[in-house]
Ligand binder design. Structure first.
Ligand code: F6R
Length: 259
């Protein structure tokens, strides 16, 4: 696992957006795995700016988002479909139909999850998977005790995740209890994984992910099994790492320098 520690969130965001843009420049028809949440808003803002400067194009790319709430239609303001249109898709040149998310308002969420998993396999799996980190160590909506081999399926959200995401809903009571999420096994099949976390609130989860035991108690620890996982942190999220000095020696100022 490559651990890149930056002095502040802005640099961590620049780094993450830069790594994703570099993948698209290298491979314009990349299959991207995309995430939502507060962390990603400023990543997408940077990618839109890079697109407007002519540095990057999504014209040949395809994307699969990690997750969607069950029972929430694409036009609902708190849906991840809505989030993606607002924060990225409506502002770049991605082709119509090239960006996919699970349908939350389907009558059969389990069948939708299986269809989504098949679509990812048929696309040749994800090239670069972008991830945020839940304060409880979740990736996608794979909550603690999720199978580390899981595929796309329906998961029950923990109370802490529902509380953390209540800010996106008009009424906290509206936060769904269920979500369709890519599984940890689905994520681990990606060619490359890029996780961004910043802020003190993510420090415990970052430590468990990077230095803790491989355990379903911290789903993100499964990334220890991935051959090409990059974790981008700011100083606050890195503050509880026991081997922080080592990571900073290998990658001064979070630079992904070849040795
Ligand atoms: C959302 C997702 C989640 C978030 C995580 C962090 O698609 O996959 O795992 O990345 O809950 O959320 P924020 O960024 O809001 O702290």
């Amino acid at each position: 696992m490559k651990v890149l520690i930056h002095a502040d969130p802005a640099r961590a965001l620049d780094c993450t957006a830069g790594l994703l843009a570099a993948r698209l420049q290298r491979q314009p028809d990349a299959v991207l795995g995309l995430a939502t949440g507060g962390t990603m808003e400023a990543v997408y803002a940077r990618l839109i700016a890079a697109y407007k400067r002519g540095e990057v194009s999504f014209g040949q790319a395809r994307s699969f988002n990690l997750d969607e709430y069950v029972g929430v239609a694409p036009d609902h303001p708190a849906s991840y479909w809505h989030y993606m249109r607002e924060h990225l898709l409506d502002h770049v040149d991605i082709a119509p139909g090239a960006a996919l998310l699970p349908r939350g308002d389907t009558p059969n969420p389990e069948a939708e999850a299986a269809t989504y998993e098949r679509a990812i396999v048929e696309a040749g799996d994800i090239g670069l998977q972008l991830l945020g980190l839940g304060a409880n160590g979740h990736i996608g909506f794979n909550e603690p005790t999720s199978s580390l081999a899981s595929l796309t399926r329906v998961k029950t959200l923990t109370r802490s995740t529902r509380e953390a995401n209540a800010r996106f809903f008009e009424d906290p009571a509206q936060v769904p209890r269920l979500a369709i999420t890519m599984g940890i096994g689905t994520i681990l099949r990606a060619d490359e994984v890029l996780l961004l976390a910043y802020g003190e609130g993510k420090a415990d989860a970052a430590r468990a992910m990077i230095e803790g035991p491989l355990s379903a108690a911290c789903p993100a620890s499964a990334l220890q099994l991935h051959r090409k996982a990059t974790v981008v942190l700011d100083a606050a999220a890195a503050s509880k790492l026991a081997l922080r000095d080592y990571y900073e020696e290998v990658h001064p100022d979070g630079r992904d320098v070849p040795i």
